[in-house]
Write a new protein. Structure first.
Length: 404
């Protein structure tokens, strides 16, 4: 059964999903600002705190296919509400954790599971099932831009809160901001926005996963997205530390993260429009290639405030803009019936890279005193990701239409 949507329905659905992602990603992508205050307050060491955040990176990815599968089966409302409540609880409990294990529980598990349940796989899957085909590319760009806008807003606000009320007060404030997103769940999942039923065969989620994991293009997509996760997690966790090593004030780090978020608003919108005009694999190859060039440029430049700001603007344009073309390829290959599940698995590979980026960055600073080897690895992985996206085939996997 097909149902037409008004332009207002499309707009409300898209903006509600973007608003939820703004909060979950804004909170998650700003955690690096707490590394130094946490270390000063607890004395746990950068490596221990980095490990907790690295576990959070992996957990965020691991929960994506699970949350996506539950949302595909039972609807996204309960998944999103539960995710926001868990994220708020993890943020509120973190100031009471004085051990590495405690941080793993609050940041590595609770906050990460909560933000993951309210992130890309559920939100893009829910929107795609509720929107017509011609609106999905633009909508995914707008939703993605919401996450970037969250980083733009949260990073300077949380830095200011850390300086004015302390890192504990900033964490509690973040918990309250998370709860404020709960009304948006109703806007996204309201009764009038029931999923649009597309003529796709439904052979069950396990068959969908099994078929996808045998498809070479899907596996290549995972490898490229692994690199994206390594790159982003390394930067959001350790960019403040890099700024500190260069003798610059903490505000440079928070404004750099904010600039990344601002630039990615435009990058996400542009990526969403490119999905409708170009092959997504070429869009991805260009993004990953530009990252390798930007890291090389950064390594050759003097470490000044404006170097960081320009570096942040360049990286920000492709920061999370990889999500719309990646989700588009998954949708082209396998349809949208299990998009939340299959794109969630892609995000899991992203966060395996994220775990390594956050954890190895902490080990690098302890062992070598700087992040030089991490920058070299990041540059090499970005170049590799650009190359391995080129053989991807975007033709839909043959599927039988569901009987009338």
């Amino acid at each position: 059964m097909f149902r037409s949507l008004s332009s207002r329905d499309v707009l409300v659905t898209t903006l509600a999903a973007a608003g939820i992602l703004m909060v979950t990603m804004g909170a998650r992508q700003s955690l690096g600002l707490f590394v130094s205050p946490l270390n000063s307050a607890t004395g746990l060491g950068i490596a221990t705190i980095s490990l907790a955040m690295a576990i959070g990176q992996f957990t965020w990815g691991a929960i994506q296919p699970v949350a996506g599968a539950v949302a595909d089966r039972f609807g996204p409302r309960r998944v999103l509400v539960g995710g926001l409540l868990l994220l708020a609880a993890g943020s509120a409990l973190t100031p009471f954790m004085g051990s590495g294990f405690g941080l793993v529980v609050s940041i590595g598990l609770m906050s990460a599971m909560g933000s993951g349940a309210g992130s890309f796989s559920v939100l893009i899957g829910a929107a795609a099932q509720r929107l017509p085909l011609e609106a999905r590319g633009t909508a995914s760009g707008v939703i993605n831009a919401g996450g970037s806008f969250g980083q733009f807003v949260f990073a300077p606000v949380l830095q200011k809160l850390i300086q004015s009320v302390g890192w504990m007060g900033a964490m509690w404030s973040m918990a309250l901001m998370t709860l404020a997103a709960l009304p948006l769940v109703g806007k996204l999942t309201r009764a009038g926005a029931a999923p649009v039923h597309h003529a796709e065969a439904d052979h069950g989620v396990l068959n969908a996963i099994g078929g996808a994991m045998k498809h070479p293009s899907y596996l290549l997509l995972h490898l490229g997205f692994f690199t994206c996760g390594f790159h982003i997690a390394f930067l959001v966790t350790h960019l403040p530390g890099e700024v500190e090593l260069c003798g610059l004030p903490p505000a440079v780090a928070s404004w750099s993260l904010a600039i990344i978020g601002l630039a990615n608003i435009f990058g996400s919108l542009y990526a969403g429009s490119c999905v409708a005009r170009y092959r997504s694999k070429y869009v991805l190859a260009a993004m990953y290639g530009s990252r390798a060039l930007l890291v090389a440029w950064y390594l050759m430049m003097p470490r000044t405030e404006w170097t960081f700001y320009l570096f942040a603007a360049g990286l920000g344009f492709t920061w999370l803009a990889t999500v719309p073309p990646t989700a588009a390829i998954v949708g082209k290959l396998f349809g949208v019936r299990y998009l939340g599940t299959l794109f969630g698995l892609t995000l899991l590979s992203h966060q395996i890279g994220g775990f390594l980026g956050a954890w190895l960055g902490g080990l690098a600073i302890v062992q070598f005193g700087d992040f030089s080897w991490m920058w070299y690895a990041d540059m090499a992985l970005a170049a590799m990701a650009a190359i391995i996206n080129l053989p991807i085939r975007e033709a839909p996997v043959e599927r039988r239409l569901a009987p009338a």
